[in-house]
Design a protein around this ligand. Structure first.
Ligand code: KG4
Ligand code: ZN
Length: 346
């Protein structure tokens, strides 16, 4: 395997990730997570995440170099998440990458986190079909993207207008008295009847088709679950956890899969890729497999360790950007917490 030797740094949320790739070959993917430090707050605390990145950055970098058996001086470039994400957290990764680039006299590539979630699939399933559609679902983002070329051209077809899919899982878990992060817990608890309670499917009404065909909304669903649970408790009745979890999960997965398949059909795209923490969800995977097969769409699902935030996804995006012949970033680029997905390279 050939290609540029790129180090990637990710620090947009609560994972400090350092990955090393050579072209499409994964050499190291070291991640230090601060998730345990956020559990008692029921969600990521930005200041806590930033401090954790600061402490984890150098040890994670050292572990990645050791795992890949690579010396920093051999690198062809340093890629780093420039956004979107938590400002304080992004700044730690960006400052680290700039320091390395300057000290080693190597080019810096400030890249888009969302594009990284797409590019990571290259490491597992080889070159991306052109075009492909990606469904990105995590605690921080829920988007449908149309991708002619991950290094040069991405368009957002739609995104959430309120809560992200993972955020809805985390908030509903809290309503049900379950721990953070709620996604995996609800996934396991959802053993009941998915049709037991008819929870709302956001932005799927005929009137939404024109303006919000590929957008999502999960805030109404979260409120509907909370109201339903409150009503049962008020009446002194038990809350049937397995049925509530299954019905909530079905509502989320039904909307995600229907819109993802619709996006493929509308753009005449034959490949669908999924990424982000929620892509680990068992019902999302089975329903997507069913619905994509019915329409003859190829489904690409990176393994869970590559779906969640990591440095390898940033490294491989950097490698694609270098291979596409794009010029490096300036050393004075800033972090952009709301970097639009169309800006792949800053
Ligand atoms: O991508 P990720 O690790 O971090 C970011 O938010 O960027 O995603 C974390 C989110 C959390 O909201 C978590 O509850 C959700 O992914 N999640 C799941 C599952 N595993 C993680 N949601 C549903 N089902 C799962 N199995
Ligand atoms: Zn992410």
């Amino acid at each position: 395997m050939t290609g540029p030797l790129i180090l990637g740094i990710e620090s947009s949320c609560d994972e400090t990730g350092v990955g090393i790739v050579r072209g499409h070959e994964l050499l190291a993917n070291e991640v230090a997570s601060s998730v345990e430090e956020h559990v008692r707050f029921g969600g990521v605390v930005p200041e806590v995440a930033s401090r954790a990145h600061l402490e984890a950055m150098v040890p994670t970098l050292e572990r990645a170099c050791a795992a890949a058996d690579v010396d920093l001086t051999e690198l062809d470039g340093i890629a780093v998440t420039a956004g979107p994400g938590l400002m304080g957290a992004l700044v730690v990764g960006l400052a680290s990458a700039k320091a390395l680039a300057l000290a080693l006299n190597e080019p810096l590539y400030g890249v888009n986190h969302l594009a990284g979630h797409v590019a990571v699939d290259l490491l597992e399933h080889g070159p991306l079909p052109s075009p492909c559609v990606a469904l990105l679902v995590s605690g921080g983002h829920t988007s449908l993207l149309h991708i002619p070329d991950v290094a040069t051209s991405i368009t957002e077809l739609g995104s959430t207008i309120d809560d992200a899919a993972g955020e809805a899982y985390d908030k509903v878990a809290r309503v049900l008295g379950l721990p953070y992060p709620g996604g995996p817990v609800i996934d396991r608890a959802a053993t009941g009847d998915p049709k037991a309670i008819a929870f709302p499917r956001g932005l799927t009404a005929a009137k939404d088709a024109e303006r919000h065909r590929f957008d999502f909304s999960f805030s109404g669903l979260k409120t509907a679950v909370a109201r339903w649970v409150e009503a049962r408790e008020r009446d002194g009745e038990d809350v049937p956890l397995a049925d509530v979890a299954a019905s909530f999960q079905e509502a989320v997965c039904d909307v995600l899969t229907a819109k993802a398949v619709d996006a493929c059909l509308a753009t005449e795209t034959r490949s669908l890729l999924i990424g982000g923490g929620v892509a680990a969800n068992s019902r999302l995977r089975s329903l997507l497999a069913e619905r994509t097969a019915a329409d003859g769409i190829e489904l690409r699902t990176p393994r869970p360790g590559l779906c969640t935030d990591n440095g390898a996804m940033i490294a491989v995006l950097g490698s694609e950007v270098v291979t596409a012949g794009r010029p490096p970033s300036a050393l004075d680029i800033g972090a952009d917490s709301s970097l639009p997905v169309g800006r792949i390279l800053v």
